[in-house]
Design a protein around this ligand. Structure first.
Ligand SMILES: *[C@@H]1O[C@H](CO)[C@@H](O)[C@H](O)[C@H]1NC(C)=O
Ligand SMILES: *[C@@H]1O[C@H](CO)[C@@H](O)[C@H](O)[C@H]1NC(C)=O
Ligand SMILES: *[C@@H]1O[C@H](CO)[C@@H](O)[C@H](O)[C@H]1NC(C)=O
Ligand SMILES: *[C@@H]1O[C@H](CO)[C@@H](O)[C@H](O)[C@H]1NC(C)=O
Ligand SMILES: *[C@@H]1O[C@H](CO)[C@@H](O)[C@H](O)[C@H]1NC(C)=O
Ligand SMILES: *[C@@H]1O[C@H](CO)[C@@H](O)[C@H](O)[C@H]1NC(C)=O
Ligand SMILES: *[C@@H]1O[C@H](CO)[C@@H](O)[C@H](O)[C@H]1NC(C)=O
Ligand SMILES: *[C@@H]1O[C@H](CO)[C@@H](O)[C@H](O)[C@H]1NC(C)=O
Ligand SMILES: *[C@@H]1O[C@H](CO)[C@@H](O)[C@H](O)[C@H]1NC(C)=O
Ligand SMILES: *[C@@H]1O[C@H](CO)[C@@H](O)[C@H](O)[C@H]1NC(C)=O
Length: 768
């Protein structure tokens, strides 16, 4: 483009009057003619007439003084002057006019109000303003400013957005061509029909969508803050707009929509004269609006890039094969709204366009789900606000969903599926349990910080957390890479969500993020039983009455599992670390990761993969993989003896013999010295008859032969009822009572070599 100003400069330099054009203001008596320009005070921007290359049209424009080729604003882009004698002047009322050589008005910029002493000034921000010299600079608002009439460039400090009161819409409009600054097809601005979204349109057609504002960001735009820039976003009842500021004033920056619709922020450093692209908003094909049609998801790393949402199939198989995705997808099974429908979580995506939708700012994610489920035509829901509550519900088709490449934001959508599909995708099952989203859990646990870690288990880590409302939770984060973790999760959820008992820990909900699964429990402030019972000092808290209560509580919990609930559940991993204590030290059985449900009249099962914990497993389970309610009873017996004695069965040491705790208890019993098993600390408070009864029941529970062990209902009756105590059977020798020969700390009379065929997988006892 040829810049008249430059030519004029050369002329000026020759004539020695260089400063002639250095003014930054234009007053009513003056005019700006083809050769002269205004230059902003800091020599940053310049205003004047320019004519594009190979063109005889003249435009009033603003460009960088350093880079005259980069025009950032054009006044009369729709009304070029075909006359080099055109000039700009300002009327005494403050209107800007462009006249051609014949004094015909070509263009005007009308001020909002009249002024006594108007003057046009080009500011260092690149804003051409009309102001009243008579008003105080501080309080003045401009009569007119070019920032209110953006062309294809958003400079720092310039707003893009809408004023709801005045109806003014500030948006960018691309030029027609590189050498044609007249208005092109592409526009970029904020649209607002509930939540603000940025749209690039070509004419009326949507071409790119920035995703709805989610309280923190536009959930479809790359992060735009950086060391050099600060983003400003204002959204209230009066207006919605976005602008940005440059931190370092020596850096020149601009955001543009180019003639082909590319949106980018570019920067010019002081030391170069080349623009550098900081970022572009569109980066791949998945950014094209509705690339995959209705109900399709665009995944840029896949080939082909389009796939249907789960539960959907291509509308036309043929078109889809030909990589024509415009037809999108339809449901493989229609929703019928009667049977038990559910939702499938689609993670890390740009939320679909807000076409037919409802926004409810009061609902949290869980209520959102319930609300969506209530209305048969609700097809999906999502969290609308990551900075508070808010619910988006879609009705009808889901358009323009893309998967993000990098995890920019934990933005998920929950797509409604008929019952049959929910089952089909049961590895991401929709459970009858509250679903927590990852952001909530991450913020509750300070991003899973070490200081929130309260335990390590065989299947993952446990964190303490606090929800927004102040409720304390325990989050078990299952190892994402382990298949066991997934199994554990499914099992635990399936079991425990159906159970309710005061001696079972309560599962509050779950959270799924990609391959990772988390279980959210009520928080138990007093940790687990092993933390107290095996500790020299903490043990003192557990007086005999408290211990007896704990024993009764665990027994009732187990009784419920075995026969009082709707199901029959074998826990398989009962141990002190799986008995949690609430604020009153009431016991709650936890960890149903390897529990098994028995149907109908099933009494026993056999497994090739033995999971459990040394010291608590019954012989038939550890050796043959056989488990039943009676293998749980064995573990309970161990627990009982541990609670009474304050010693671990595993690793028990006695100077006189090589027996473990079970053997030791049995020896004492036979010598009628059972009371010696009692841990000294709580002797004072103990009720001897109760202690002896607990030891006896404990020994009966750990009998070697399954048929010699009582059922849980018997156990509870025996513990509860003093009368029967005297008529109880004499215990025979316990199973696994001979401890190590020497030095071997693992084996409790069983082989631990895992073979491929008969893997024996044992978890070490660890605190929660
Ligand atoms: C500016 O206008 C003058 C006439 O007023 C004309 O002679 C001159 O050629 C013009 N300059 C350019 C660069 O067109
Ligand atoms: C514009 O400025 C020219 C030259 O100063 C003057 O002759 C003309 O009257 C002005 N026109 C208007 C509308 O102010
Ligand atoms: C601005 O003022 C001029 C002259 O008074 C008038 O011809 C024109 O229509 C006005 N434009 C607008 C948008 O009001
Ligand atoms: C969240 O909302 C509060 C109040 O509405 C606001 O002050 C805060 O800046 C917001 N946080 C973010 C990250 O937007
Ligand atoms: C505009 O963007 C397109 C990409 O869509 C690019 O090929 C072209 O070079 C850009 N034009 C300019 C002038 O930067
Ligand atoms: C110019 O300055 C920028 C920022 O200070 C720096 O990153 C860049 O390397 C420099 N470029 C040259 C060519 O010196
Ligand atoms: C793609 O399919 C649509 C119908 O879904 C059709 O209208 C369009 O012409 C097809 N495009 C091409 C390039 O075949
Ligand atoms: C379901 O939602 C749609 C859209 O908001 C609404 O028109 C319809 O009345 C609702 N149906 C019921 C049963 O609430
Ligand atoms: C958690 O991580 C996110 C993103 O990494 C960060 O924005 C946030 O400030 C972090 N929150 C806490 C409490 O550390
Ligand atoms: C158990 O937890 C409650 C509540 O946090 C606490 O007040 C109490 O001191 C704890 N008891 C023991 C023995 O630590």
């Amino acid at each position: 483009m040829k810049i008249l100003a430059l030519i004029f400069f050369q002329y000026c330099l020759f004539s020695g009057s260089y400063y002639a054009s250095a003014a930054d203001t234009l007053a009513p008596a003056q005019s700006l003619r083809n050769g002269s320009t205004l230059v902003s005070p800091g020599q940053i921007f310049e205003l004047g007439f320019f004519s594009p290359v190979n063109s005889n049209k003249y435009y009033l424009g603003i460009w960088y003084k350093r880079l005259p080729d980069t025009v950032v604003w054009v006044g009369n882009r729709e009304n070029p002057v075909i006359d080099s004698h055109a000039f700009l002047n300002i009327s005494s009322t403050g209107y800007l006019f462009i006249f051609d050589g014949q004094n015909t008005m070509i263009w005007s910029a009308n001020s909002s109000r009249s002024a006594n002493n108007p003057v046009a000034q080009l500011l260092d921000s690149g804003n051409l303003v009309v102001k009243d010299e008579d008003t105080d600079e501080e309080t003045e608002s401009y009569l007119w400013e070019s920032f209110d009439f953006p062309t294809d460039t958003q400079l720092p400090g310039m707003k893009i957005g809408r004023n709801f009161k005045t109806g003014v819409n500030l948006y960018l409009r691309a030029r027609k061509g590189v050498n044609d600054p007249s208005p092109g097809d592409f526009t970029y601005g904020i649209e607002h029909n509930g939540l603000p979204q940025f749209f690039l349109r070509a004419g009326m057609k949507k071409r790119f969508r920035g995703g709805p504002w989610n309280g923190i960001r536009f959930g479809g735009l790359p992060p735009q803050e950086g060391p050099l820039t600060v983003c400003v976003f204002v959204f209230n009842t009066e207006e919605v707009y976005r602008s940005y500021e440059v931190v370092d004033k020596s850096v020149i920056m601009r955001f543009t929509v180019n003639e082909s619709g590319l949106l980018e922020r570019r920067v010019l450093y002081e030391n170069t004269s080349e623009w550098t692209t900081m970022f572009t908003l569109q980066n791949d094909k998945c950014d094209d609006y509705a690339q995959c049609g209705p109900n399709g998801v665009c995944k840029i790393k896949q080939r082909p890039i389009c796939e249907c949402l789960e539960g959907f199939i291509p509308r036309s198989e043929r078109e889809w094969r030909e990589l024509n995705w415009t037809g999108g997808c339809v449901r493989s099974t229609p929703l019928d709204c009667r049977k038990r429908e559910g939702f499938l979580q689609v993670e890390n995506v740009k939320l679909p366009d807000l076409l037919d939708f409802k926004l409810d700012n009061r609902l949290n994610l869980e209520d959102c789900r319930a609300e969506c489920l209530k209305n048969c035509s609700c097809t999906a829901y999502a969290r609308s606000n990551y900075n508070g509550s808010g619910c988006l519900m879609w009705f009808g088709e889901l358009t323009d969903i893309r998967e993000f490449i990098v995890e920019q934001f934990d933005q998920n959508i929950y797509v409604r599926l008929p019952a049959s599909e929910v089952e089909l995708h049961s590895n991401k099952e929709d459970l009858e349990l509250p679903l927590f989203d990852f952001v909530t859990i991450a913020s509750a646990t300070n991003n899973f910080s070490d200081s929130n870690k309260i335990g390590t288990g065989g299947f993952g880590l446990v964190y303490k957390g606090e929800l927004f409302e102040g409720q304390e939770i325990a989050v078990k984060r299952l190892s994402s890479n382990s298949r066991q973790g997934v199994e554990h999760f499914k099992n635990e959820v399936a079991m425990i969500s159906k159970l309710q008992h005061r001696n079972l820990v309560r599962l509050l909900g779950y959270c799924i993020k990609r391959d990772e699964r988390m279980l959210i429990y009520e928080f138990m402030p007093n940790r687990s039983l092993n933390y107290f019972i095996f500790d020299e000092t903490r043990r003192n808290v557990l007086t005999w009455p408290k211990r007896f209560e704990i024993i009764m509580g665990i027994s009732r919990g187990l009784l419920y599992l075995h026969q009082d609930s709707r199901l029959r559940i074998i826990h398989r991993d009962l141990k002190t670390s799986n008995v949690l204590l609430d604020n009153e030290l009431n016991p709650k059985i936890s960890d149903f990761g390897i529990a098994k449900m028995f149907g109908g009249d099933q009494v026993e099962a056999k497994t090739k993969r033995v999971f459990g914990t040394y010291g608590y497993m019954s012989p038939e389970y550890a050796i043959d993989g056989k488990f039943s309610v009676k293998s749980d009873v064995f573990s309970l017996g161990v627990l009982l003896l541990e609670i009474v004695s304050g010693k671990r069965n595993r690793g028990f040491n006695h100077p006189d013999h090589y027996h473990n705790l079970l053997g030791h208890a049995w020896l004492l019993w036979n010598d009628e010295k059972a009371m010696e098993l009692m841990d000294r600390c709580s002797e004072d408070s103990c009720v001897e008859e109760q202690v002896v009864r607990c030891i006896l029941v404990g020994l009966l529970c750990v009998q070697k032969h399954v048929e010699d062990r009582p059922t849980m209902s018997c156990v509870v009756r025996m513990l509860d009822n003093e009368e029967i105590a005297t008529s109880l059977p004499r215990p025979k020798e316990p199973g696994f009572y001979v401890e190590r020969s020497s030095g071997d700390t693992n084996a409790v009379g069983l082989h631990t070599q895992p073979s491929t065929e008969n893997a024996l997988t044992l978890t070490q006892e660890e605190g929660r």
